[in-house]
Design a protein around this ligand. Structure first.
Ligand code: DP6
Length: 341
């Protein structure tokens, strides 16, 4: 079979409210997680694919106009892994031109948006070749194999990844959580960039540190309980319970790093200052404004967008700028997922 196609796809990053931390073979999660899909922090991919039984696999990868051997190697390894489900990969020439909308120096993990874009591109090609509709579950599953959190970036708004007996969710792919109250329709994520450098410890090594972690089983149980409480809070429009859970999840993630067999600390003094300021501002104003943190020192500020936007932005710029570097802040919000152009 001969197949040629050129297209563009973009996928957003996402921010987890209940954290995925710990995985087992096949990049399956040790606990279920829930995230919000972002809007403007995206990875773009220009794809040019040729499939022909006479061709041998060939990848031509560039990132922001330049060759990037480290990324190219990771992608090649990934494509060989998913080729067990997508056998045309063995006979394709694939040109990928990748770029990110968020600054490279922002210290923002780009593997979620990058693999969501790539997983969706593969599912797009496969569905066109098989003359069937694009399947979001398959796209999520292909994205997951590249980076676990990427599974949650295919569809917009809120996604749950990882099975839990009382929910219809899967370890293989993420499913949308569509029952959030309207209080969660419009939500901001302002990233305070405390450090723009590369991560000291990769997420992959962080997940590995959960193997034999003294608190692993208690953590997986806590995540399941937190997910159920969070879902109820989001269904009821309850920002206070939601905020308490996401902050506990963020601090638990970092406590797990600090209590691993080989402990490490990613938070910086500035991260703690920002957390303190957010809590003080919340207590003084009564405004719903909370924080979450990924596997790095940057603080994500989460709040409902609306009447308090101006006073919150003023607080951020006047009180938090001194703790931040580089672009200082990235203003993002809830978004809609993968787009084909
Ligand atoms: C702390 O998805 O980056 O952001 O599956 O090894 O690629 P790999 O890890 P990754 O881990 C994300 C961890 C986290 C929490 C989360 O997004 O749920």
């Amino acid at each position: 079979m001969k197949f040629n196609h050129r297209f563009q796809v973009s996928a957003p990053s996402n921010i987890a409210f209940v954290k995925y931390w710990g995985k087992f073979h096949g990049q399956l999660p040790c606990n279920p997680s829930l995230s919000m899909t972002l809007d403007s922090c995206r990875s773009h991919l220009k794809v040019d694919v040729k499939v022909d039984s006479t061709l041998d696999f060939q990848l031509d990868f560039s990132f922001e106009g330049e060759s990037h051997p480290k990324f190219a190697q990771r992608i090649e390894k990934y494509l060989k892994l998913v080729a067990s489900d997508l056998s045309w990969i063995y006979n394709c020439q694939l040109k990928l031109e990748a770029s990110n909308t968020f600054p490279h120096s922002a210290g923002i993990a780009s593997s979620a948006s990058a693999f969501a874009a790539l997983g969706s591109a593969l599912e797009k090609i496969d569905s066109l070749m098989a003359k069937r509709d694009f399947d979001v579950k398959r796209a999520s599953s292909f994205a997951r194999v590249g980076s676990g959190s990427a599974a949650r970036s295919i569809v917009g708004a809120y996604n749950i990844w990882g099975k839990l007996d009382s929910l219809i969710s899967s370890d293989e792919y993420a499913s949308p959580f569509a029952n959030a109250h309207r209080n969660f329709n419009s939500v901001a994520d302002v990233v305070c960039i405390v450090d723009s450098g590369a991560k000291l410890i990769s997420s992959t090594d962080g997940h590995a540190s959960m193997e034999g972690h003294p608190f692993a089983e208690a953590r997986y149980q806590q995540a399941k309980n937190n997910l159920l409480t969070l879902i109820t809070a989001m269904q009821n429009g309850n920002w206070k319970t939601f905020g308490a859970i996401i902050e506990q999840e963020a601090l638990t993630l970092h406590a797990l790093m600090m209590s691993a067999t080989e402990p490490y600390i990613l938070l910086r003094p500035q991260s703690l200052e920002i957390i303190g300021k957010i809590k003080k501002f919340r207590t003084e104003t009564g405004i719903d404004i909370y924080f979450t943190i990924d596997a790095g020192p940057n603080i994500h500020i989460i709040y409902p967008k609306g009447e308090n936007d101006e006073v919150i932005e003023q607080f951020i710029e006047s009180e938090l700028t001194k703790y931040c570097v580089g672009p200082k802040f990235i203003y993002d919000q809830i978004g809609t997922g993968v787009r084909f152009e």
